[in-house]
Ligand binder design. Structure first.
Ligand SMILES: [Zn+2]
Length: 335
């Protein structure tokens, strides 16, 4: 006697030309063994085509198994560079590099899906220094012209208290890089209004004075600067609080949260750790690493006991797992 076929799986037909493409109702899908990476293969009995569970996920057509990929992702967000992961796991650095790019692309999609209509309240912005390939002084000494190499700054925006990593951009210390970041922030936020203005706090970088009016209507944004008074260019001897736009209360002008977050970022991403052999060779990879970390920090990382920044902000109701992150796309297709 044959075993009854199990059709109650949570997958749908991935064949574009099938009448039951992505349809949950009346689907007729059975399991059909596993491939070499251990991923389940399914067969749709309507159109007689086979597909794997990883279709439309960043795991698709990967030779590595899911536990191996999860392991690499965990290393990527915990201070390890690509070559150190190569030594730890035995996978080739190109495999890991390509995986990072695919994961970052997926993270960017999921981030953009969830990070919208964020509550307006207090946001802090700051910059963090790093370099691509060579430091500026080495580049000058060599006398070669490499437009992408040299000093690079990460502009970051963090929501106060919940530490939600709202936006970032990478590039030279220019108004353009600052504009890129503020535009991304504006896209992720609710529209500010007279009753409910956005509050932004930064250090004494004047770029924000020019950029903020380009992205937000004046009157809808309260902007304050915290200027540190330094002695001998090093020791902070005092703080000066300036109101630039709107009416933020003086006591609110602080940048401790974003500075704290940036030091976490520097500690968690191998390529940002100072005085190490690990560095970014191309800007694209740096952006990929930060994009993946952005998702990890907001959704997966346990920020305080059993909460993540995204949970504190009400973007999700639970802490995410890597497995959920990998398969998010295919699950959102179901509805
Ligand atoms: Zn089908």
């Amino acid at each position: 006697m044959t075993r009854p076929r199990q059709t109650d799986n949570n997958t749908t037909c991935q064949n574009l030309h099938c009448r039951y493409h992505l349809k949950e109702k009346d689907k007729n899908i059975i399991k059909h063994g596993k491939n070499r990476a251990g991923h389940q293969i399914y067969k749709c009995l309507h159109c007689n085509t086979y597909f794997t569970q990883t279709k439309n996920t960043p795991l698709y057509q990967k030779h590595l198994t899911e536990p191996q990929i999860t392991n690499i992702c965990k290393h990527l967000v915990e201070k390890n560079g690509i070559r150190s992961i190569e030594r730890l796991t035995g996978h080739h650095r190109d495999t890991i590099g390509n995986l990072l790019e695919d994961m970052a692309e997926h993270a960017s999609e999921v981030n953009n899906y969830f990070m919208k209509d964020l509550g307006l309240s207090q946001y802090e912005c700051d910059e963090i220094w790093t370099f691509i390939k060579k430091k500026e002084k080495t580049l000058k000494r060599a006398g070669t012209f490499e437009p992408e190499s040299g000093d690079c700054y990460l502009y970051t925006a963090v929501k106060r208290n919940s530490y939600l990593f709202a936006a970032f951009s990478a590039g030279k210390w220019t108004q353009q890089t600052c504009l890129d970041m503020v535009r991304k922030l504006a896209k992720a936020l609710k529209r500010p209004s007279l009753q409910c203005p956005l509050e932004v706090f930064t250090d004494g970088n004047d770029d924000y004075c020019y950029i903020l009016p380009l992205c937000f209507q004046l009157g809808f944004v309260d902007y304050g600067q915290l200027i540190k008074i330094k002695r001998n260019g090093r020791w902070v001897v005092g703080k000066k609080r300036l109101v630039i736009y709107g009416e933020p209360s003086l006591g609110d002008i602080e940048t401790t949260d974003v500075e704290n977050f940036n030091s976490v970022l520097r500690e968690r991403l191998g390529r940002l750790v100072r005085e190490s052999k690990c560095l970014s060779k191309v800007k694209r990879r740096l952006v990929c690493a930060v994009e993946l970390f952005k998702f990890y920090w907001n959704f997966i990382n346990e920020f305080k006991r059993n909460v993540s920044p995204a949970k504190l902000e009400g973007l999700t109701d639970h802490l995410w797992s890597w497995h959920e992150f990998f398969y998010y796309q295919s699950l959102s297709n179901l509805s």
